[in-house]
Design a protein around this ligand. Structure first.
Ligand code: HEM
Length: 473
């Protein structure tokens, strides 16, 4: 019997309401068909912004409004900062060493987050990797230029580009096709719905073999990373990139070799798809809203007067507030992680909306709903970048809980400083160097922005965006 239900019967505390669960299946039938984040939003309309669901036998509390999310993060951030770990992430004991999955109370999590903040995402580290970002952007633009006049799946180009950008930043290498292919295999495995996550007692059997397969692929990734590390250790002469820094920490005993590989894996796995999809959504919204596209172009033309004939830089992009607003508005409407990552309550004392959420419960934040909450946003379904203009408090770091595309609090995406630079820089570079036309016969209102939620917690475009780059004159 569900831990949460035992509490209710004893009358010890007041559980959030929710639809009546079926034996064994719980509320799975309520979530049939469609996208998970949409189904959860629909159920929240009936049962309220703090709602209990049983996913199989796993009791889960769904938070769907700005007010409830504010209460959760402002009052209980520390208590809810562990993770519910999907079974595939237990392969090769990954979750025990990974900053994505360790509870925030674990000293190793604190160490790893500290290392990432200081040596990967700090202003200094990002500045020293600026060259790598600009080189890779140049290559992305070159790829589009070669395809000028033809229909291009921009997500495909961006995926390769973002992966190269990260491998360049991490270990000054690109063209790591083998590594990219294995990572793609792993992402596909993680996207499979897994019966072990709905019925934890079955975990030991790994009925679909997903944990075993993930282990095989992860070992392959670690093998490739081992080779990269060995080569670097043998070189002696270093480039002073992230790998150098991590290896220096390893030499002084602050990280193990396994920690170094796990961190490299986490950054590559968490960073490639997310950035690519965010840029793809922003481009889709721009093409769908010609008025907004025209306003961005006017801003760029008026501000970037000295960039004719050269690539723009991140410093140029910092002078484009309207473009930055476009990116934020697109992230508000189409958050890549519409349910963030699953939080887990690790301490008693959590009350949200007058209901008790006990230790051991999973908490899911429906950031898609929160960022369309009509109590927080005017005309929440519309694409209106102007709403972000002059609102410094509406930054990506989620100070205002109504805008949390990267989460907020302790588990806030550690890559935020990189995302803030990279996403607007990519969109602006694409607009600076190209006019983007829709395929023959397609009008802006036909750009398909149907969302598809995948089981690895990511929101993709159901129909990949295809557009025609024309070299800007
Ligand atoms: C536009 C791009 C991105 C978006 C929208 C995004 C969003 C998110 C979100 C929503 C979370 C979970 C927050 C929570 O559970 O409360 C997260 C966590 C994380 N992200 Fe990102 N992310 C992006 C890019 C990146 C990049 C580029 C990297 C690495 C280079 C990265 C690394 C991570 C890691 C390691 C975590 C787990 C942190 C933890 O649990 O302590 N993300 N991200």
């Amino acid at each position: 019997m569900c831990y949460m239900m035992m509490y209710t019967r004893r009358g010890a505390c007041r559980w959030p309401p929710g639809p009546r669960p079926w034996p064994i299946l719980g509320n799975l039938l309520d979530l049939r068909g469609g996208n998970l984040h949409h189904n959860l939003a629909r159920l929240a309309h009936t049962h309220g912004p703090v709602m209990t669901l049983k996913l199989g036998v796993v009791c889960t509390v769904i938070v769907s409004s700005q007010d409830a999310a504010w209460e959760a993060f402002a009052k209980h951030d520390r208590r809810i900062a562990a993770r519910t770990v999907p079974d595939t992430r237990r392969a090769v004991a990954h979750a025990d060493r990974s900053m994505v999955w360790l509870p925030s109370s674990d000293p190793l999590w604190k160490t790893l987050r500290g290392i990432a903040a200081t040596h990967i995402f700090s202003p200094r580290s990002l500045a020293s990797a600026q060259g790598a970002r600009e080189r890779t952007m140049n290559h992305i633009l070159y790829t589009f230029r070669r395809r000028a006049g033809q229909e291009v799946d921009i997500g495909h180009v961006l995926y390769h580009g973002m992966f190269d950008l990260l491998t360049n930043t991490l270990f000054s290498l690109d063209g790591q096709d083998k590594l990219r292919d294995i990572l793609e295999d792993i992402v596909a495995l993680l996207a499979e719905p897994n019966v072990s996550d709905l019925y934890p007692l079955l975990r030991v059997l790994d009925l679909q073999g997903l944990r075993r397969w993930t282990a095989t692929h992860m070992n392959r990734v670690f093998h490739v990373l081992d080779k990269i590390i060995d080569t670097r250790l043998g070189e002696g002469n270093h480039d002073q990139d992230v790998l150098d820094t991590l290896l220096a920490l390893m030499t002084t005993g602050k990280m193990s070799r396994r920690d170094v590989k796990t961190m490299l894996f986490d950054v590559l796995a968490a960073g490639t798809e997310t950035t690519k999809i965010t840029v793809e959504w922003a481009m889709a919204e721009l093409l769908r809203n010609p008025g907004v596209m025209a306003a961005v172009r006017t801003e760029m033309k008026g501000t970037l007067t000295q960039t004719q004939g050269r690539m723009i830089t991140e410093a140029d992009v910092a002078k484009l507030p309207y473009l930055q607003a476009v990116v934020k508005e697109s992230m508000r409407l189409h958050p890549v992680a519409p349910l963030l990552l699953p939080h887990l309550v690790e301490e008693e004392g959590v009350e949200i909306g007058g209901y008790t959420v006990p230790k051991g419960a999973t908490v899911i934040f429906n950031s898609w709903s929160i960022m369309r909450d009509p109590a927080a946003w005017e005309r929440p379904e519309e694409f209106v970048p102007e709403r972000f203009l002059g609102k410094t408090e509406l930054g990506m770091w989620g100070k205002e809980v109504k805008f949390i595309p990267l989460g907020t609090g302790r588990r806030l995406c550690p890559a935020l400083p990189m995302v803030e630079l990279l996403v607007p820089f990519t969109v602006a570079s694409m607009l600076h160097d190209f006019e983007w036309r829709l395929p023959q016969g397609m009008s802006p209102d036909q750009v398909d922005v149907t969302e598809r939620y995948t089981s690895n917690d990511i929101l993709v475009m159901d129909v990949p965006l295809k557009v025609v780059p024309m070299v800007a004159t």
